[in-house]
Design a protein around this ligand. Structure first.
Ligand code: FEO
Length: 404
């Protein structure tokens, strides 16, 4: 059965929702599912913007066939060739052999690399600023390299103000009938998954997102809809989401607040994290969030690290090094280019307490534009009452820094 929704009078969402995929990119948990968005324009010419993951291809085909209602498909615009969107391209070519494919040089290269038989079809290679008319609608193609692959582009429909934004402005989470961001409580129910999606998938490429945002700023008054490849479509309050993207891609925190990420083997380092949290709240800083790095997926840790201004790393010493899960979290921060945070350190160990110095060295040498507070809580095995002054000094230093 087809399942489509109108975006505007002659533009339709023809994508699909996926609740069966456990791990997006086989790495990121998606307990709320994900949507693969594709859009069909019915103008003098019929135009499909992107396709879907192979697992959702049948739904896409039913949706497109229903709306075409006997017409043929004239154009396929491929903004992004990662397989969660491009895997069904070849099937569209088989079903609609006369379709003209519009995409970038690199995207056509990827299609061939993936083994798609495209060369018997009409391929229209476009680059920054090229335009195409489909009848009433005229679109402009805008390069968006590394948002999130090098071939990516976005397409702007100058007739109705629709920006087909590819991976930009996407989110984890299945739509389940609710197509528009204003049909859900986005700030309550979606923002965490949107942040987790962007920061983990495209976090490394903040400068490239900034370049795209600058291009969008030039036509901001003309953008009426943002149609991403995942998650809700935006038609109201666009600046709310654009502002979030601006913060994330500049590596600036959204909020002043403290994340305490702890690695604890027997509960003693966790007890120190809890004691610090209590002290911070007592001293008036209550935007405090505790995460056990062993039980929290690193993508969630990364998302929260992008959200908050201050990060406390509390780690046991393990094999004379940083606890492996904590080390993995730090490595992910480096991989995703996270910057501009203030850190504090709690270290623990029963004979050779090394984790504090090693975490400090990692932050100093491997991460960019970070500050580490001088105060450190160092403990041997457990936090005993003789450490109350050290704990208090650490809490005072964090509070002072948060309140700056
Ligand atoms: Fe949703 Fe980069 O693909």
């Amino acid at each position: 059965m087809y399942c489509v929704r109108n975006v505007t009078d002659d533009l339709y969402w023809v994508g699909a929702n996926d609740h069966r995929l456990a791990l997006f990119e086989n790495i990121f948990p998606i307990p709320r599912g994900v949507s693969y968005n594709a859009y069909l324009l019915l103008d003098e010419k019929t135009v499909l913007f992107d396709t879907v993951d192979w697992s959702a291809c049948r739904q896409l085909l039913e949706n497109v066939e229903h709306l075409l209602d006997g017409r043929t498909l004239d154009y396929l615009v491929v903004n992004h060739m990662e397989p969660d969107h491009g895997a069904s391209v070849e099937e569209i070519l088989l079903r609609y052999p006369s379709v003209k494919v519009i995409s970038t040089e690199k995207a056509f290269m990827f299609m061939r690399q993936f083994g798609f038989d495209i060369d018997g079809h009409e391929l229209i290679e476009v680059k920054e600023g090229d335009t195409q008319s489909f009848g009433r609608h005229v679109v402009t193609f805008v390069a968006a390299p590394m948002v999130h692959w090098p071939e990516a582009m976005v397409t702007f429909d100058t007739t109705n103000g629709v920006l087909f934004s590819a991976d930009a402005f996407g989110s984890f989470g299945a739509l389940d009938g609710k197509l528009f961001a204003d049909e859900v409580n986005f700030d309550r129910d979606w923002i965490d998954d949107a942040r987790r999606y962007l920061t983990n998938i495209v976090g490394k490429y903040g400068p490239h997102v900034q370049m795209l945002l600058k291009k969008a700023a030039g036509i901001l008054d003309q953008i009426k809809f943002i149609c991403p490849l995942h998650g809700p479509v935006w038609r109201k309050d666009l600046m709310y989401f654009i502002d979030k993207y601006d913060h994330w891609s500049r590596y600036e925190p959204e909020e002043k607040g403290v994340m305490i990420a702890y690695a604890s083997m027997y509960g003693n380092t966790e007890a120190a994290a809890q004691a610090l949290a209590g002290k911070l709240c007592e001293k008036g800083v209550s935007n405090v969030w505790l995460y056990d790095v062993s039980n929290t997926h690193v993508s969630q840790l990364i998302s929260e690290t992008f959200r908050l201004s201050h990060i406390v790393l509390a780690s046991v010493t393990y094999n004379l090094g940083i606890y492996p899960v904590m080390h993995n979290y730090l490595m992910d921060m480096k991989a995703l280019n996270l910057q501009n945070r203030t850190f504090a350190i709690i270290e623990n160990g029963s004979w050779a307490v090394k984790s504090g110095d090693l975490m400090q060295k990692f932050i100093d040498e491997e991460l960019k534009n970070m500050t580490v507070l001088n105060e450190r809580l160092s403990m041997a095995s457990a936090l005993l009452p003789d450490k109350a002054a050290e704990l208090g000094a650490l809490a005072d230093a964090i509070v002072e820094s948060v309140n700056q």
